[in-house]
Design a protein around this ligand. Structure first.
Ligand code: UDP
Length: 480
């Protein structure tokens, strides 16, 4: 039977960090706006167990999740290709599967929402006369640089990359050379070309949804809409609809990490994690271990086997380390810290940890999901960016919003143990940490307000929904 609800299809890039916000968007469209939502996912042999588990734990009565036909990119890429290049190629190779799957659906979606790496699919939305939106699962500042760089690309001279000057984006905070995405540094690289293409394609959508909220980035959101500023570059409407972040799951009994947290004092534990893919070098892993030990602060550390020169090395499966950790941690570390902290191999229940009252700080790579999860649970941060747009996120958190501390030593490579000890104590013990925690809690309140009924993000998404419903009615009239 044909459903009369509007039907949105969301195309998600591979990787937990991309799936998490897409799933949250889908759930919100279903529960708050009466949509039917189908999420198209792209899986591969390299998909991590965390990804598989995330997908299988979704309620099929809320979301339809369809895996597109598998693509094999092993012959297309050398092993050294960057993680983003791999994702982009997987997305491109999945387009025929997306087209044929939509074609075969009895109850066709009328709206297509794609994430950053899915913009080539916007043509498919045109073919099927669907409304088309891009969901940037990040912040407004990142959208600003993404749509502005194609304009810079048309110029011969490049002060930012060649002269290492800050990148001035009209109406926005400039982006320091050190914070720029690696992809922008080499105009001859394939990835640079892909980002320019994505920046242009975003502007062809009917709208761009952002996982941020008006209050968090008022200046940048204004610039994105101002016809005299960034609005000159693009007329595409922007809708801040966040923060969309994972909620805590059903109570888990007998999780050793949560059981341990239950018996620690309030706000006494620092949680250390670098997201789904972040990986440290061998030397940095040793320094971090010593730094945590020297701080004498309780900790939970999600540990991955170190990799030199590949900060996103664990993005697709990094195997299991449970037995081999002593080979890359300092001699005796596990024994000496057994009453101080917990080492969690590979993966931890992050949202449940951040929501626990015993947690008082988060040393994070500043992936945008982790950032939002920290804000929503009012946990102050130590910003330790590794790759992608994480350095911009860290700058925003530490310098603009005052929600994190960040070490200058990060720019020089390895952060030493004394510096790590100092940062942990700044957040967990010092007046500075107290002030950051206070600001974090105020930010949390504003975030929740934006999402609540009638709040700015709720209203923004309602406007998108209205446009989609009008589109659906128009299509219905055409069909009559
Ligand atoms: N995550 C988790 N446990 C871990 C590491 C990560 O649950 O041990 C989740 C985290 O809560 C977040 C996502 O994985 O929802 C990571 O997304 P983020 O944008 O922070 O970083 P990315 O992995 O994309 O770099």
């Amino acid at each position: 039977m044909q459903d009369t609800k509007p039907h949105a299809a969301i195309l998600a890039s591979p990787g937990v960090g991309h799936l998490v916000p897409v799933i949250e968007l889908g759930k919100r469209l279903v529960t708050h706006h009466g949509f039917h939502v189908t999420i198209f996912v792209i899986t591969a042999d390299s998909s991590s167990s965390a990804e598989t588990q995330l997908l299988s734990s979704q309620n099929p009565n809320v979301l339809d999740i369809i895996s597109l036909p598998r693509v094999d990119i092993s012959g297309l890429l050398d092993r050294a290709a960057s993680i983003v290049t791999k994702i982009i190629v997987m997305m491109r190779e999945s387009l025929p599967g997306l087209r044929s799957t939509i074609l075969s659906m009895e109850y066709r979606p009328t709206v297509l929402i794609v994430d950053l790496f899915g913009t080539e699919a916007l043509d498919i939305a045109d073919e099927f006369e669907m409304s088309k939106y891009v969901f940037i699962a990040s912040n407004a500042w990142f959208l600003a640089i993404t749509i502005y760089v194609p304009t810079l690309d048309e110029r011969e001279e490049d002060d930012h990359v060649d002269g290492q000057k800050p990148l001035k984006i009209p109406g926005c905070e400039p982006v320091r050379f050190n914070d720029t995405l690696d992809a922008y540094l080499d105009r001859s690289d394939q990835l640079y070309g892909e980002y320019i293409r994505i920046g242009r394609e975003i502007c062809t959508a009917d709208g761009v949804l952002l996982n941020t909220w008006e209050d968090l980035e008022p200046k940048t959101v204004k610039a994105l809409r101002d016809p005299n500023l960034l609005g000159r570059v693009t007329r595409v409407p922007v809708y801040p609809i966040g923060p969309l972040a994972r909620e805590i799951g059903p109570a888990v009994s007998n999780n050793p990490v949560l059981n341990w947290l239950d018996v620690q004092p309030t706000e006494s534990v620092i949680y250390v994690s670098f997201g789904s893919g972040g990986t440290l070098s061998a030397e940095q892993t040793i320094e971090l271990a010593h730094g945590l030990e020297l701080s004498r602060q309780r900790f939970i550390w999600v540990v991955r086997p170190p990799l030199d020169n590949d900060a996103s090395g664990s993005f697709f499966n990094a195997g299991n380390v449970a037995d081999g950790m002593s080979s890359f941690l300092p001699d005796g570390f596990m024994g000496r810290t057994k009453n101080l902290g917990l080492i969690v191999p590979m993966w931890a229940p992050q949202v449940e940890i951040l929501a626990h009252p015993s947690v008082g700080g988060f040393l994070s790579h500043c992936g945008w999901n982790s950032t939002l999860e920290s804000i929503i649970h009012g946990v102050p941060m130590i910003a330790w960016p590794l790759y992608a747009e994480q350095k911009m996120n860290a700058t925003m958190l530490a310098e603009e919003l005052g929600l994190a501390v960040r070490s200058a030593e990060l720019a020089n490579g390895v952060v030493g143990r004394e510096e790590i000890k100092k940062m942990v104590r700044r957040i967990m013990k010092d007046k500075e940490g107290y002030m950051i925690r206070k600001r974090m809690k105020e930010t949390k309140d504003k975030a929740l307000e934006a999402l609540s009924k009638g709040g700015s993000s709720d209203e923004s998404l309602s406007r998108v929904v209205e446009d989609c419903v009008i589109g659906l009615q128009a299509a219905g009239n055409r069909a009559k």
